[in-house]
Design a protein around this ligand. Structure first.
Ligand SMILES: Nc1ncnc2c1ncn2[C@@H]1O[C@H](COP(=O)(O)OP(=O)(O)OP(=O)(O)O)[C@@H](O)[C@H]1O
Length: 576
C-alpha cells in the first residue's frame, strides 16, 4: 500500500533541481556570481594591500612605492560598499525568481494531481507545502541567502589568497576549523529545542494576557483578578527564565566561536613569527594573513548562526521538489466526440490499492437521455458518477462519450455538479463567468433566472457584483448549488453528471433545487445520482446499484411493477 503522504525529495534530487534552475538562467546566475566575486575581492584587497604596505614601509619605500598601494586600498573600500549591495540585490532577485517559478510549478502540479491521490493524502499537507514551505523559503531567500552567498564567496577567495601568500600560514589558521565544527555540533542540536521552548513560553504568556482581556467580564464576575494576575506572572516568569537561558546559551555558543578565532589568529601569529625569524616570510605577509583571517570572523559567525535556517529552507525545498516529481494528469488533446452517448464499459475501480468498489459495471446513457443512479449508501453511485465525468480513471474497462475516452474530451464537454460545490471568493458575476468568461450581463441574468436564482441574487447587497465566497457574503448550501447549476447553463455542455445536488436541502429548498436541476439538464445527456426518489421517478431510466454492481435497470413504472429492489425503495420513500 502506498504511504498516505506526499513525497519528499532527497537532498541530491533537490540539489539537481536547483542546479538545473540556475542553468536555465545563465545570464542572471553569471551576473550574480560576478557581483558576489567583485564584492569579495573588494573586501580582501585592503587586507592584502596593507601587508604590502607594511613590507614597503619596512623596506624604507618612498612615496612612489607607497601611494599606489594606499590608493588601491581606498578604491577597494569605495567599490566594496556598492558591490556588496549589488551582490545582495542580485542574489535576492535570482532567489525570488526561482522561488516564483517553483511556486507556480508546484501549484500547477497540485491542481493537476489525480483526485484519488488528493483524497488519499488529504489537502492539508499540500496546502502547507504551497503556503508554509514557500513562506519559509521566501524568508530564507530574502534574509539569509544573500549573507550566506557573500560569506561563502569571501571565505573561498580569502582561503585561496592566504594559501597563495604562504600555505604554512594557511595551515596554521586552519586550526580554527575543527573548533568551529565542534562549536556548531554543540550548538545545532540544542538550538532548535531551545528556540521552540522560548516560542511556546512567549505564546503562553500572550495567551494568558489575551484570554484575561477577552474574558474581562467573567474575570470581574467571579472576582478572578488575582488568580489571573498570578497566572500571567507565572507565565511571564517562565518566558523570562527561558529567554535568559536562550540568551546565555547563545552567548556560550559565541564564546566557543571566539575561542576558535583566537586559536586561529594566535596560530598564524606564532607560526608567522617563527617564519619571519627564519627569514622565509615577511612581516607584511604575516600581517596580511592575520588581517584576512580576522576579516573572515564575521562571515563565519553569520554562516554558523544561519546554518539551521538554511537547513529549514532546504527541508521545505525538498518537500516542494517532491511534489514536482509527482505524476500529474495532463488532459488529452481534446478529440471531439462523434456522438453524445455516454458509455461505461465493464468498468472496475478501487480507491488506492484497496478492493474494487465498482466491479464490471456497464451502462449506457443514450444521447439526450436522463438516467438516474439509485442505491443504498456506499453502493458506488458517486464513484460511478466521478468515473463518468472523467474525474477518476477506471482500473479496468473504459468510459467513453461518442467513442472518445472521457479523459480525452475537450474542455466544456461534460459538466459535473457535485454536493461539494465551491464558491470562489470574488464577485458573484465572476464566479458565474468561470463557466463562460465571455458571458454578457444578459447571459448571466438569463442563467440565474433559468435556475430560479435571479430573485435572491439581485437582492444581495451589491447585486451580481456582491463579493461571495471565503471572506465575502455567505451563501447558503442551496444557493451555492443553484450557482453551480447556473454555471452549467452558461457552459452549455452536451453532457451533465449531477451528483445528488438536492440531498442537502430542506423540502422547500429541495423543490427549488429540483427545479434548478431539471433546468440544467434539459436537452442534455444526463446521469444523475438521485437520493430523492422523486428525482429518480422523473428520469427516463433508473439504474439501481448495490455493492459496486448494477442490480436493476429500467423506467420507474417498470421497476415498480417488477417488485424488486427499486420497488421496495420506492414504497419506503412514498410512505415516509
Ligand atoms: N475517496 C475514497 N477513498 C476510499 N474509499 C472511498 C472513497 N470514496 C468512496 N469510497 C468507498 O467506496 C465505496 C463506494 O462509495 P460511493 O461514495 O461511490 O458510494 P455512494 O453509493 O455514492 O454512497 P453515498 O450514497 O453514501 O454517497 C464505499 O465503500 C466508500 O467507502
Amino acid at each position: 500500500m502506498t504511504a498516505p503522504f506526499l513525497p519528499v525529495a532527497g537532498s541530491r534530487e533537490s540539489r539537481a533541481w536547483l542546479g538545473a534552475e540556475l542553468r536555465t538562467r545563465p545570464g542572471d546566475t553569471a551576473l550574480t556570481l560576478l557581483a558576489g566575486l567583485l564584492a569579495a575581492v573588494a573586501a580582501i584587497v585592503p587586507a592584502y594591500a596593507l601587508g604590502l604596505l607594511v613590507d614597503r614601509v619596512r623596506a624604507g619605500g618612498d612615496t612612489a612605492a607607497i601611494v599606489p598601494v594606499a590608493v588601491t586600498i581606498v578604491l577597494a573600500a569605495l567599490l566594496g560598499g556598492p558591490a556588496t549591495g549589488l551582490a545582495g540585490h542580485l542574489t535576492r532577485r535570482l532567489g525570488s525568481r526561482i522561488l516564483a517559478d517553483l511556486r507556480e510549478r508546484t501549484v500547477d502540479t497540485a491542481l493537476r494531481l489525480p483526485a484519488q491521490i488528493l483524497d488519499r493524502v488529504g489537502r492539508g499537507d499540500l496546502l502547507s507545502r504551497v503556503s508554509a514551505d514557500i513562506t519559509a523559503i521566501d524568508r530564507a531567500v530574502s534574509d539569509v541567502l544573500p549573507g550566506m552567498v557573500s560569506a561563502l564567496l569571501l571565505a573561498a577567495i580569502s582561503l585561496v589568497t592566504i594559501i597563495g601568500i604562504d600555505w604554512r600560514l594557511g595551515l596554521a589558521g586552519a586550526i580554527a576549523l575543527p573548533l568551529y565544527v565542534l562549536a556548531l555540533r554543540w550548538y545545532l542540536p540544542r538550538a532548535a529545542p531551545s528556540y521552540a521552548a522560548e516560542r511556546i513560553a512567549v505564546a503562553d504568556r500572550s495567551q494568558q494576557l489575551v484570554e484575561s482581556m477577552q474574558g474581562l467580564r467573567t474575570v470581574h464576575a467571579y472576582r478572578l483578578e488575582d488568580r489571573r494576575l498570578d497566572g500571567i506572572a507565572e507565565a511571564s516568569a517562565r518566558a523570562r527564565d527561558i529567554s535568559m537561558y536562550v540568551f546565555s546559551f547563545y552567548t556560550r555558543f559565541v564564546g566557543r566561536i571566539n575561542r576558535a578565532e583566537l586559536a586561529g589568529l594566535a596560530a598564524v601569529l606564532i607560526v608567522g613569527f617563527l617564519l619571519v625569524r627564519a627569514g622565509t616570510a615577511t612581516v607584511g605577509e604575516v600581517s596580511a594573513t592575520a588581517l584576512l583571517l580576522h576579516r573572515l570572523f564575521l562571515p563565519v559567525i553569520l554562516l554558523m548562526v544561519t546554518f539551521d535556517k538554511a537547513q529549514d529552507a532546504g527541508a521545505s525545498l525538498a518537500r516542494l521538489v517532491g511534489v514536482l516529481g509527482m505524476p500529474v494528469e495532463r488532459r488529452g488533446s481534446g478529440s471531439e466526440p462523434s456522438g453524445r452517448d455516454l458509455v461505461l464499459d465493464d468498468v472496475t475501480f478501487g480507491y488506492d490499492d484497496g478492493p474494487p468498489v465498482l466491479r464490471g459495471v456497464s451502462l449506457r446513457v443514450e444521447p439526450g437521455e436522463l438516467v438516474a443512479l439509485v442505491g443504498s449508501t456506499g453502493a458506488g453511485k458517486t464513484t460511478a458518477a466521478s468515473l463518468a465525468a472523467g474525474i477518476l480513471r477506471p482500473a479496468k474497462g473504459e468510459v467513453t462519450l461518442g467513442g472518445v475516452p472521457v479523459t480525452d474530451l475537450p474542455a466544456h464537454t461534460i459538466a459535473i455538479v457535485s454536493q461539494e460545490t465551491h464558491v470562489f471568493a470574488g464577485p458573484l458575476c465572476e464566479d458565474l463567468r468561470l463557466a463562460r468568461p465571455s458571458a454578457s450581463d444578459e447571459d448571466l441574468t438569463a442563467a440565474l433566472a433559468g435556475v430560479g436564482a435571479l430573485g435572491w441574487a439581485r437582492s444581495l447587497p451589491g447585486g451580481l457584483d456582491t463579493v461571495v465566497g471565503d471572506g465575502g457574503h455567505a451563501l447558503t448550501a442551496a444557493q451555492a448549488q443553484q450557482l453551480a447549476l447556473a454555471r452549467v447553463l452558461l457552459m452549455d455542455p452536451p453532457v451533465v453528471v449531477l451528483d445528488e445536488a438536492t440531498a442537502e436541502a430542506g423540502s422547500a429548498g429541495a423543490r427549488d433545487l429540483e427545479f434548478a436541476a431539471s433546468a440544467a439538464l434539459t436537452g442534455r445527456t444526463a446521469l444523475v445520482v438521485a437520493h430523492r426518489l422523486t428525482q429518480a421517478a422523473a428520469a427516463d431510466r433508473i439504474i439501481v446499484m448495490e455493492d459496486g454492481e448494477i442490480v436493476e435497470s429500467g423506467p420507474h413504472g417498470e421497476l415498480v411493477a417488477a417488485g424488486g429492489r427499486y420497488a421496495r425503495l420506492w414504497s419506503a420513500w412514498s410512505t415516509r
